[in-house]
Design a protein around this ligand. Structure first.
Ligand SMILES: C[S@@+](CC[C@H](N)C(=O)[O-])C[C@H]1O[C@@H](n2cnc3c(N)ncnc32)[C@H](O)[C@@H]1O
Length: 564
C-alpha cells in the first residue's frame, strides 16, 4: 500500500529525503533480502579454511604448481582474500548461466535447489550469488589484472550492470562475441538460432592493465597504400611542413626528393579534386624511406588528375596485432576434448577459446584463477600453453562437487581431477593412442571450517591449528620438509616456510635450530594471541628469517568480509 506522506512529521520527511538522496541514481537494483544465500550467511558461524583432499594430486620436482580447491567457491574466495589479495593476473570464469535448465551445468543451484525459469526471484538470486563472488574476486586482482566472464543471453544485461557497479564502468574493456556453432539444434519454427555467447572483459584498473597483441598470421605480407594523409584533418594547412614535392623521371622510372633534370615531374599530395593535402612523413623521414625502397609511383588513370602521378608507400604487416572482439571456435571442440579423455561433461569450453584468452591477458609468469572450473578446461589450457611456449603460468581452480547423471560421485571427483591428472601425466585416448603428458604439478585441497566462538582466544587457537594448508597456498610451498610436535616446515625449491602452531614456546628452540641449519629463503609464521603481532626482539637469534604472525590477519580478513 502506498505511504500517506501527509501523516509524516517534518523530521520523518527530512529523514526520508536524506535516504532518497543517498540512493543509487542509476544502475541495478535487486532484492537482496527475500532469498539470502545460506552459504554466505553461514560463514559468520563457520569460518572457511582448507584441508588436503584424500585424492593424491601430482607432486614432481621442478614443475610449476597448480591448485584445485574442491568446495563452494564463496568459501574458496574467502580463503583467497587472505592468501592472494592483489596477486592474481587473470580471472576467467564461466558461471551457471541461469537458463532454468534442470539438468546441466548452465542451470543454477541456489540454496541447494535448482532455480527454474518460472521463479520470480531468479534474477535476484543469481545477482546475490554472483555479486558476492565478483566483489571478493575483484580484490584478488593485481592493479594490472583482468577479469573475463562467460555469459549467454539469459543474464547478459544483469551481468553488465552488476560488473559496472563492482569494477566501475570506466574499467569495462569490451566483450568478446564467441561464435560457438553455425547451425542450431532444435529450433522453434520462426525463431532465431542461438549461435553465440559472450565474454565480458573488465580491467581492475584500465589505466594500468594492458592486453597483449597476438601473433599476426599475415606477418611479413606487403601492402601498398597512399602516402598522402587521408581522413581526419588532411588539408595542407594542418601540416604545412609535410607539403613538399617528389620529383619523378618517368623515362628512367627514378623517384627523388630533389630535382635532377628539368624534365622531372613534380608530384604533390593532392586529393582527387586537386586540393592540397600533406604527406604522412616529413621530408627527412621520407628521404630515409625512399632510400630503403619504401615508395613507388603510380599513374592516375581516371578522374580530374588523370595522367598525373601519386606516391604509394610500402606497409609490411608486423608480427603482432590487436585482436578483434569476434572469436569463431566451434563448441564441439570442447565436447570432443572431453570425450577423448574418456570423461563426460556437458558444455566444456574449447581449449582453444581459453588459450585465446590466456594469450591476450596473461604472460609466461601469470597466476590465473578460475572459480567456476567445471571440467577444468582453464587448468588444462594453462598447462598446454606452458608446454607450447615454455611458460611458467600457474592456476588456482575451484569447483564444487555437484553430482549429476554423468558424474554420480560429483564433478570434481569424476571429471575435474581425472582430467587434470590425465592432461599433466599423459593418457590413452578413445582410439587407444598414447597422448603425452603436458607437465605441471597438481595440489588438491577441499574446504574445511573452524567453528566461530564468542571466546576470541579459542577461535585463534582453532584457526591456528587448521591453517597450515591456507599458509601453504599463500606461499605456494606445498611439500612437507620436516615436522615436529607444534611445528612444520614446508618447502618449494630453496624457499622454506615454517609454521609454529602452539602458544607455549617449549618447542620454538627446536624449530630455530632446524631453520638456522637451512640455507635458502626462510619465512616463519608464529602463533600469538597478541592482536598487535609478535615481539621481534625474541627472534634476534634466528638467521635471515622473515617473521609473520598468525592468526590475527586471517581473522581480520574474515571480520571484514563476513561482518563478524
Ligand atoms: C558452466 S560450468 C563451467 C564449465 C567450465 N568452464 C568448463 O569448461 O568445463 C560451471 C561450473 O561451476 C560449478 N559451480 C556452480 N556453483 C558453484 C559454486 N558455488 N562453487 C563452486 N563451483 C560452482 C558447477 O558445478 C559447474 O561445473
Amino acid at each position: 500500500m502506498a505511504k500517506d506522506y501527509s501523516e509524516l512529521t517534518q523530521e520523518e520527511l527530512i529523514d526520508l529525503i536524506y535516504r532518497l538522496e543517498k540512493k543509487r541514481k542509476y544502475g541495478l537494483v535487486w532484492d537482496e533480502e527475500q532469498a539470502p544465500e545460506e552459504v554466505v550467511q553461514n560463514c559468520s558461524k563457520f569460518l572457511p579454511v582448507l584441508k588436503p583432499l584424500e585424492v593424491k594430486g601430482i607432486v614432481k620436482k621442478g614443475l610449476e604448481d597448480h591448485v584445485l580447491i574442491q568446495g563452494d567457491n564463496f568459501h574458496a574466495l574467502s580463503v583467497l582474500s587472505y592468501t592472494h589479495k592483489n596477486q592474481i593476473d587473470l580471472i576467467y570464469i564461466d558461471p551457471p548461466y541461469n537458463t532454468g535448465n534442470q539438468e546441466d551445468e548452465e542451470g543454477f543451484v541456489y540454496n541447494d535447489k535448482r532455480v527454474d525459469s518460472d521463479d520470480t526471484y531468479r534474477h535476484s538470486k543469481w545477482l546475490n550469488f554472483m555479486s558476492r563472488r565478483l566483489e571478493l574476486s575483484r580484490d584478488l586482482l593485481k592493479d594490472s589484472g583482468f577479469c573475463f566472464i562467460s555469459i549467454d543471453e539469459h543474464e547478459f544485461a544483469q551481468l553488465r550492470l552488476v560488473c559496472d557497479q563492482i569494477f566501475g564502468e570506466e574499467n569495462f574493456v569490451n566483450f568478446l562475441t564467441w561464435k560457438k556453432r553455425s547451425t542450431g539444434g532444435q529450433v522453434k519454427d520462426g525463431s532465431i538460432i542461438t549461435q553465440t555467447e559472450f565474454i565480458f572483459i573488465y580491467a581492475k584498473n584500465k589505466k594500468i592493465g594492458k592486453l597483449n597483441k597476438i601473433d599476426n598470421p599475415n606477418v611479413g605480407t606487403e601492402k601498398w597504400r597512399d602516402f598522402r594523409k587521408s581522413g581526419g584533418q588532411w588539408q595542407r594547412r594542418h601540416r604545412p611542413k609535410q607539403y613538399y614535392p617528389f620529383f619523378y623521371d618517368s623515362k628512367n622510372d627514378v623517384l627523388l626528393l630533389g630535382r635532377l633534370k628539368k624534365t622531372d615531374v613534380e608530384i604533390f599530395p593532392l586529393d582527387s579534386k586537386g586540393e592540397e593535402g600533406f604527406w604522412e612523413n616529413g621530408v627527412d623521414t621520407a628521404t630515409k624511406r625512399l632510400k630503403s625502397g619504401e615508395f613507388k609511383v603510380e599513374l592516375i588513370k581516371s578522374g580530374l588528375l588523370k595522367g598525373t602521378y601519386k606516391i604509394k608507400q610500402l606497409e609490411v604487416a608486423s608480427d603482432v596485432q590487436n585482436v578483434g572482439n569476434f572469436v569463431d571456435i566451434p563448441s564441439v571442440q570442447g565436447a570432443n576434448e572431453i570425450r577423448e579423455l574418456g570423461l563426460a561433461f556437458n558444455n566444456a569450453k574449447p581449449l582453444n577459446l581459453i588459450e585465446f584468452i590466456l594469450k591476450i591477458a596473461s604472460n609466461k609468469e601469470s597466476l590465473i584463477l578460475d572459480y567456476f572450473a567445471g571440467s577444468g578446461t582453464t587448468g588444462h589450457a594453462v598447462i598446454r600453453l606452458n608446454s607450447i611456449d615454455g611458460g611458467n603460468r600457474q592456476t588456482i581452480l575451484c569447483t564444487n562437487n555437484e553430482a549429476n547423471v554423468m558424474a554420480p560421485k560429483g564433478i570434481s571427483t569424476d571429471v575435474t581431477i581425472p582430467r587434470l591428472i590425465k592432461a599433466s601425466n599423459g593418457y590413452k585416448n578413445d582410439k587407444n593412442e598414447s597422448i603425452p603428458g603436458l607437465g605441471g604439478n597438481l595440489r588438491i585441497f577441499e574446504t574445511d571450517f573452524v567453528k566461530n566462538s564468542k571466546n576470541k582466544d579459542q577461535i585463534k587457537f582453532d584457526i591456528a591449528e587448521k591453517c597450515a594448508e591456507v599458509l601453504c597456498l599463500k606461499e605456494f610451498t606445498f611439500d612437507l620438509y620436516e615436522e615436529h610436535e607444534d611445528w612444520k616446515i614446508y618447502r618449494k625449491d630453496n624457499k622454506y616456510v615454517a609454521i609454529y602452531f602452539s602458544l607455549l614456546p617449549n618447542n620454538l628452540e627446536s624449530l630455530r635450530l632446524a631453520m638456522n641449519a637451512i640455507i635458502g629463503s626462510k619465512i616463519l609464521y608464529c602463533f600469538t594471541l597478541d592482536p598487535n603481532g609478535l615481539d621481534f626482539y625474541q627472534f634476534d637469534n634466528w638467521n635471515d628469517i622473515e617473521l609473520k604472525d598468525i592468526p590475527q590477519k586471517i581473522l581480520d580478513t574474515y571480520k571484514r568480509i563476513f561482518n563478524i
